[in-house]
Design a protein around this ligand. Sequence first.
Ligand code: SAM
Length: 202
Amino acid sequence: MNEHVNDSYVKKAKKAGYRARSAFKLEEIDKKDKLLKPGQNVVDLGAAPGGWCQYARKKLGKKSHLIAVDLLPIEAITGVEIIQGDFTDPQVRQQINDMLDNQAIDLVLSDMAPNISGIASADQARSIGLAEGVLDWSCSVLAAEGGLLMKVFQGSGFDQLRKDVLANFRSVAVRKPGASRSRSAEVYLLARGFKGISETSG
Ligand code: SAM
C-alpha cells in the first residue's frame, strides 16, 4: 500500500487526470513505437478503469472508433464506446462488430490480467491462456497490417506464445515500460504488420 501511495506514477496520474497509473505504460510504448494514429479503429480489452482509453482517445481524433471492454463497469469517457462483459463471450464480440459496422480493427490493445490466485504456475497458465485468446480473436478481426499490444506474464508458455504471435505478424517485440513495476512478471508483446490470415487456422 505504502509503495502504491508513494509511487511517483500514481502522483503523476493524479496530476494528469488519468484514472490509472497504467496510462503511462501505454503512453511510453506509444511514444517509442508510434502506435496510435488519428483515424484508427481501436479495441481496448480489459479497459477498466479507463486510463489507456483516456490516453488513446487524445491520440485518435474524432473519426476513430475506440471501444473499451471490461468485466467491470467503466465510467463514461467522451468518445469511447463501452461494453461491460467478458471479451471471450460471443455476444460481446458481436457487440464489438456491431459498433464497428463490420469495419476492420487497426489495433487491439489488451491490458487484461487474470485474477491472481497466488499460485504462480496457475496464474502463469491463465495469463498465457488469456493472451492466446486475444491473439486468436485479433487474427479474426484485424485489418491487414494491423497491430496488437497485449500484456502477458513472462514465464512458462511465453516463448511459444511469442512464436504464435510471430506466425501471424511481421514483427514482435517485448516492451517493459518504466511504469510497470520491476518485480512484476508482466511485459507487453507488441506485434506489428498483421499478415491477414490466421496461420493457426490452416
Ligand atoms: N488498462 C487499464 C487502465 O489503464 O485503466 C487497466 C486494466 S486492469 C490492469 C485489467 C482489467 O482486465 C481488469 O479491469 C479486469 O476486469 C479486466 N479483465 C480481465 N479478464 C477479462 C475478460 N475476460 N474480459 C474483459 N475484461 C477482463
